[in-house]
Write a protein that binds this ligand. Structure first.
Ligand code: NAI
Ligand code: MG
Length: 507
């Protein structure tokens, strides 16, 4: 039996699958029975029904996570026990990777070509954090206070709310879930309303791996469910990936009770091409930065900065290769670009194309829905390149989250740095040059959480990821991630047993 068989029931006479939520180890409907549909963006047909969580359901999920944290076997778990569960979780993700990948494609239209490998690699993510669970984290301090042994321990924060987006639903969830569990927290997940099913199936896999009841809970619903979860007094930390607008709201909500928060938000990342770059390679790198995943990644290299000397030549090569991108069924491994994920996103992308034209950007290729009748039902937008863009245009300042590249001209290194950093965001940047010294100068000057030199959009579980400025707070992945899910406790042990002056601690 596959994980989907266990969570979904198909009604007679309908091919719509029905899923339950996962609260305290049990699969259940919403308390008022309400549901919403998951829609496949390739044919715009609903294919699954998912519960729409009520405030009462969210209360129960948080209470279950609280009990599991305070009282259950998890509260007494050893690092080895948590590591063993994470390894088993990884094994089962690997065994079910094909199915998990297929479900994500049905939900968001991303290419199986990317999602298959990305999903399989999530097993390694679990294995890495299994190792982290058993890695030493505290420090013995070189204190000069007489007769005192001083050390720190890292302890789990408590109940974590993981509020996740639709663009890489499982990867961005595991970036939170693995370190949270490794450190001994419990979790209530609120997946995006666009991609709830993959998270529910993943929760079944976690249950099969043997995580105790209440350690992992999933409540499904739209923005208000996320807001209710973030505002819940039983939640100790909110880990969020999504829009900067919602991230700011969550930070305000968290501030009310000083809940911990980590935010991985939007971007308008510069991908900077110097004349000394390997130009064919740079064209491919710029394409991968903005058209892979239909541009729906937080790290999209959506501002292409090109040096004056090669501006014309590079823009033409980019537009030419872009016009050849093969749109199609995201489940076909030959397809190079799939749909955008949902109707709201589709409308947003087409709106921004109009904004760019109004502001005087020059359309070099794309700019509309494709005309191919086979694609007419899907939420396809042609990969689009605008040239003659200046950095003050809205299309250069606001996140589109779609397949729209803007090409901006720069004159020298200083000019490139000025334009690149002239943004409210700071998630990522790319630099294309064969000059090693220039590469290092640029890395130092770019205000962004990740800088790729002669490559783009690489991530790995060992490598911290997160944003400067309005692109977020905190870092995911690597050893840094564990810091986001722990509190530091400082311990003072008196080895002399001599309180000489009760009114002066320095005595
Ligand atoms: P969103 O930020 O509204 O949604 C992300 C998650 O937050 C979802 O689970 C959603 O249900 C939840 N949410 C929505 N409102 C909330 C609230 N008030 N309190 C708590 N949780 C809430 O993103 P959406 O609407 O899906 O996409 C809008 C734009 O956000 C995109 O066009 C893109 O620019 C950006 N985005 C960025 C992502 C990233 O990876 N940084 C991922 C997805 C979207
Ligand atoms: Mg939204």
């Amino acid at each position: 039996m596959t994980a989907t068989d266990a969570t979904a029931t198909t009604r007679a006479g309908s091919d719509i699958e029905r899923y339950d939520m996962f609260i305290d180890g049990a699969w259940r409907a919403a308390s008022d029975g309400a549901t919403f549909d998951s829609i496949n963006p390739f044919d715009t047909e609903p294919w699954a029904k998912v519960p729409s969580a009520t405030a009462a359901d969210i209360d129960e999920a948080v209470a279950a996570a609280r009990r599991a944290f305070d009282e259950g076997p998890w509260s007494q778990s050893t690092p080895l026990q948590r590591a063993t569960l994470l390894r088993k979780f990884g094994d089962l993700i690997r065994d079910n990777a094909d199915e998990l990948a297929r479900i994500q494609v049905l939900e968001n239209g991303k290419l199986i070509r990317e999602v298959a490998g990305q999903t399989l690699a999530l097993a390694n993510h679990c294995y890495f954090f299994a190792g982290v669970a058993e890695s030493p984290t505290g420090e013995t301090l070189a204190s000069s206070v007489p007769n005192m042994q001083v050390f720190t321990v890292r302890e789990p924060i408590g109940v974590i709310a993981a509020i996740t987006p639709w663009n890489s639903p499982l990867a961005l969830l595991l970036w939170k879930l693995c370190p949270a569990l490794a450190a001994g927290n419990t979790v209530v997940i609120k997946p995006s309303e666009i991609t709830p099913v993959s998270t529910l199936v993943l929760a079944k896999i976690a249950q099969d791996a043997g995580f105790p009841d209440g350690v992992i809970n999933v409540v499904t619903g739209a923005g208000p469910a996320g807001a209710a979860l973030a505002a819940h007094p039983g939640v100790d930390k909110i880990a969020f990936t999504g829009s900067t607008a919602v991230g700011k709201k969550i930070a305000v909500t968290a501030a009310e009770r000083l809940a911990r928060v980590s935010l991985e938000l939007g971007g308008k990342s510069p991908n900077i091409v110097f004349p000394d770059a390997d130009l064919p390679n740079a064209v491919n790198g710029v394409i991968s930065g903005i058209f892979a995943a239909t541009g729906q990644t937080c790290m999209a290299g959506s501002r292409v900065l090109v040096h004056t000397d090669i501006y014309q030549q590079f823009a033409e090569a980019l537009a030419e290769r872009t016009s050849q991108i093969k749109l199609g069924n995201p489940l076909d491994p030959d397809t190079e670009m799939g749909t955008v994920a949902c109707r709201a996103q589709f409308d947003k992308v087409l709106h921004y194309i109009e904004v760019a034209k109004e502001d005087g950007a020059k359309l070099a290729t794309g700019g509309a829905r494709p005309t191919d009748p086979e694609l007419s039902r899907g939420l396809f937008v042609q990969p689009t390149v605008f040239t003659d863009v200046t950095n003050d245009m809205r299309i250069a300042r606001e996140e589109v989250f779609g397949p729209v590249a803007v090409v901006i001209e720069f004159t020298d290194e200083d000019d490139a740095v000025r334009i690149a950093n002239d943004t409210s965001f700071g998630l990522a940047a790319g630099v294309w040059t064969r000059d090693v010294a220039r590469a290092h100068r640029m890395v130092k000057r770019l205000r962004a959480g990740s800088v790729w030199v002669n490559n783009y959009r690489k991530t790995n579980y060992v490598a911290p990821f997160g944003g400067f400025k309005e692109s977020g707070l905190g870092r995911e992945n690597g050893f840094h991630a564990i810091e986001e899910y722990t509190e530091v406790k400082t311990v003072w042990i008196d080895t002399g047993n001599t309180i000489t002056d009760p009114f002066n601690p320095r005595a």
